[in-house]
Design a protein around this ligand. Sequence first.
Ligand SMILES: NC(=O)C1=CN([C@@H]2O[C@H](COP(=O)(O)OP(=O)(O)OC[C@H]3O[C@@H](n4cnc5c(N)ncnc54)[C@H](O)[C@@H]3O)[C@@H](O)[C@H]2O)C=CC1
Ligand SMILES: O=C(CO)COP(=O)(O)O
Length: 446
Amino acid sequence: MTNPIQKTKSDKAGVEKKATSTDAHIDESIDKINDEKPSGLLAGIIERAIKTGLGRKKLNPSAVEVDVAKNMEKIHKSPTKLRLAFLGGGSFGTAMANLAARNGCDTTLWVRDKRTVKSMAKLQMNKKYLPGYKLDDRLKYSHDLEAAIKDKDIIFLAVPSLAFRETLKNIAPFLTGQSVVSLTKGMEKDTFALMSDIIKDELPEVNFGVMSGPNLAVEIMKNMPSATVIASESEPLRHAVQAALHSAFFRVFASDDIRGVELGGALKNIYAIAMGMAAAYDVGENTKAMLLTRSLAEMSRFGVEAGANPLTFLGLSGVGDLYATCSSELSRNYRIGNMLGRGMTIDAAVKKLGQTAEGVNTIQQVHEKATKEGIYMPITHALYAVIYEDKAALGVALNLMEAGFRSDVEFVMAHDHSNASLTAQMQAASDSGDDDDSSTNDNPDK
Ligand SMILES: NC(=O)C1=CN([C@@H]2O[C@H](COP(=O)(O)OP(=O)(O)OC[C@H]3O[C@@H](n4cnc5c(N)ncnc54)[C@H](O)[C@@H]3O)[C@@H](O)[C@H]2O)C=CC1
Ligand SMILES: O=C(CO)COP(=O)(O)O
């Protein structure tokens, strides 16, 4: 059967080679176009990248940036040219390092604990975080940070947000031009810094990117088809990450909206907790759909205030990751929410989970930031009230339902122009009958 894409190309080939009408000749032409197109495209990209100083403007472009740009074509044909370090031996660092090693990249996984490194090398398995999943036998392990990142092209950080700055400080003395890519989905405690902010703070000269998407580690280990997004201002880095991780089971899409991609990954953890909690109350599909969609509205509203492009939230790192984590018990944040919904305290739930759940910190950060800056985030505030102010979940949820008339997609129809007086009347009516215990401090008409 003819592939429709090939058909388009054969038409083009037919025009170019009018005299050769046999299938064999057309096939030959298609092959030729297929062979030539990538190199032409890549050559253009490389030329433009070199001319424009390769992405983020800085005084000294790192050696790897120039090197990757020059060798992009070779890298695409042979990913083994890339040398990678993954820092963090939890479930995600392990799953990603395994993908890269399986793709033939020279890959080292750095884990801080010497005994864990020994066990992983011996068993070719991460017994604590991914028990039962055999790792690629080409994957190398190290607990020596300097050795792990030496001569590497790209360093991927997959440590929890609370260890991110410390890890950057630790690698700083050993950097010799490597690019850095964050896989971490969170915000720094107390500072509201995203991982890209921390990279710019600690390593201002370094070429960097952030990667985020619906990537439940266990599903990746099971080879379930998945996709992610690499966001960077550096085109060569985006291409290098795509070349390193792309496989038949894993697609890597590109973006240059670092803020949007990073915020998608961080914010969705809040709503995964909310959805886990809602599931504990056995809510129906309509309720789940409403919660998911209004969560997306909150995420994009917050994102715009933080300098992101709202359309990014329609992509894999936004709605994609929101959907995955809000509908799966594989999500640790969802599980935390579910435990809370079943009456556990936050401390008990975190202890029982025993793994990273970034949303617990992110709720506090976003609640504080949104309150300070007057960003309308009713679900986040409601969740905060339930978890940290001991408000009754059902009362808070009902209160949310009374939050007045709003626009559906406010980038299509701005809220301020719709039903303002009706909303005020609704608010006055609900205030007069309100139970103080279940109220949140939101002004729905903001
Ligand atoms: N697990 C998943 O499915 C995904 C996780 N992520 C993100 O990746 C980041 C890491 O998460 P996971 O690997 O799942 O966490 P995890 O809870 O499975 O493991 C965390 C790892 O970090 C290590 N660690 C903690 N503090 C450290 C420090 N100070 N220095 C060095 N290592 C330290 C721990 O020993 C452990 O190996 C998080 O931000 C998470 O949101 C992103 C996508 C998917
Ligand atoms: O980010 C994730 C999947 O994309 C993992 O979510 P959890 O951190 O909630 O497990």
